[in-house]
Design a protein around this ligand. Structure first.
Ligand code: GDP
Ligand code: IMO
Ligand code: MG
Length: 424
């Protein structure tokens, strides 16, 4: 068996959590391969909304194993809170939630370093979620990090103290940055005890044996392609590989084991935090999308920046990820528009450009739009794609033609049930 991959094609928050939850009955294992509590994945069913940060979005379905891979960074404090929120659902975590021993830990001092570094950047700040993501991945690549497997060792406290000492030295370089570490350490150590009570495994071994046994695996991406450390709008990115290749390194899966790649995008586009966004709408249209789409961050509550779909950006993301099928999310949000715009190419210094260039920030870039007829009616009650208005079908066909990948799912509301299949 192969691992299917589901990931975001824009700047995150495309609706990954919802679609993973919808697809989970087709799989035996759902595995997160990168990111950490900077993610906020929302699921809605039976009138209840759930937001997950580190725990994979298959956790609400029976008989499915949820695995937090080696590429993920775990904050024991956030993790404990997530588990507490899930307590009413009587989930057997010991059996259904596995942690990679190689996943790195976010320490309280990583969060402090994140905050100090952002504050020092002033107006150039990345707009980080301040969850300690960057400093934790820096310690991973700097070969200083602590991993889940370390918490079971007798010298864990010693290793922790040595790393904290290093961090305190670094924090001293940030003039005027005040903090109180003592009040952060008790909840961290409490979280470590909670992690010890869960099941830590050699997840690469576990997964590859699962393939052999015919188990079906879905890898759940976090963030989005344009936030990828290599291929995103650097430096306004996160610190991990959010693209398909991240599945290989973040789970220990060989490239030859990658199956379908499901790319998720909104029928428009959003971004939270700083950085370039060619089709951003700083006007009443952008504001209307934000209100209709309730575009406020699931992790930080910050308003999301809104704009139209950007074909050069989407083609770039499809190319990097090898996307085999697309899910178009939040079509219902555009119901208020008589006309919808799609960016077909850019004009840069008077020249037509239809790919995503090295740096779109601070250059003379004008997005060129094609106007498309909107459907201008409620979609939220639809139960079959066949019954969808012709204008919506035309929009889907237009995107499929230009992106050269089939759109197999159209989402028309946040609930599990508001999902239309368009598999031919
Ligand atoms: P993720 O990070 O990719 O999992 O996405 P988020 O959960 O951060 O953001 C997506 C938001 O859109 C959540 O509030 C979802 O409940 C909501 N959502 C998902 N699909 C749809 C949809 O088709 N229509 C509407 N109106 N909301 C949706
Ligand atoms: P999900 O998985 C949207 C953004 C932050 C910031 C940049 C770096 O819910 O789609 P970081 O905390 O990683 O140092 O922040 O990346 N960002 C996200 N934006 N959705 C996310 O995750 C994000 N995770 C990080 O806003 O601009
Ligand atoms: Mg999100």
């Amino acid at each position: 068996m192969k691992v299917d991959v589901l990931l975001g094609l824009q700047w995150g928050d495309e609706g990954k959590g919802k679609i993973v939850d919808v697809l989970t009955p087709q799989y035996d294992i759902i595995a997160r391969f990168q990111g950490g509590p900077n993610a906020g994945h929302t699921l809605e069913f039976n009138g209840i909304k759930h937001v997950l940060h580190t725990i994979p979005s298959g956790i609400f379905r029976d008989d499915v194993v949820n695995l937090v891979g080696n590429g993920v960074v775990i904050d024991p404090v956030v993790f404990q809170k997530e588990l507490e929120k899930l307590a009413p659902f009587n989930i057997d975590f010991k059996k259904r939630l596995l942690l990679s021993k190689k996943a790195h830990l976010i320490l309280p001092t990583h969060r402090l370093l994140d905050a100090a570094s952002e504050a020092a950047k002033g107006k150039n700040k990345i707009g980080s979620t301040l969850k300690g993501i960057g400093p934790t991945y820096m310690d991973k690549t700097g070969r200083n990090g602590l991993r889940v497997g370390d918490i079971f060792m007798s010298n864990f406290q010693e290793k922790y103290d040595a790393l904290v000492e290093k961090h305190v030295g670094m924090l001293n370089h940030y003039d005027g940055f005040e903090y109180d570490l003592s009040e952060l350490e008790a909840p961290f150590m409490e979280g470590i005890e909670v992690l010890k009570g869960l099941t830590a495994v050699d997840s690469e071994q576990y997964l590859n044996e699962a393939f052999k046994a015919g188990k079906r695996v879905l890898a759940e991406g976090a963030q989005g392609t344009m936030l990828d450390i290599d291929f995103g709008t650097y430096p306004f990115v996160t610190s991990s590989n959010t693209v398909t290749a991240g599945t290989c390194t973040g789970l220990g899966v060989a490239p030859t084991k990658i199956g379908n790649v499901i790319g998720i995008f909104k029928a428009y586009c959003t971004r939270v935090g700083s950085g370039p966004f060619p089709t951003e709408l700083n006007d009443e249209v952008g504001e209307l999308i934000r209100q209709e789409g309730r575009e406020f961050g699931a992790t930080t509550g910050r308003p999301r920046r809104c704009g139209w779909v950007d074909l050069p950006q989407m083609k770039y993301a499809i190319m990097i990820n090898g996307v085999t099928e697309l899910s178009m999310m939040k079509a219902d949000v555009l119901s208020c528009f008589e006309k919808i715009k799609v960016c077909t190419h850019y004009i840069i210094d008077g020249e037509r450009v239809d790919y995503f260039p090295f740096d779109v920030d601070g250059i003379n870039l004008t997005p060129v739009y094609e106007e498309i007829e909107g459907w201008n009616c409620d979609l939220t009650q639809l139960t079959s794609y066949d019954d969808a208005p012709q204008a919506l079908k035309n929009y889907v066909s237009y995107l499929e033609r230009n992106l050269e990948v089939p759109i197999t799912v159209v989402s028309v509301g946040p609930d599990r049930t508001q999902t239309l299949s368009n598999k031919k």
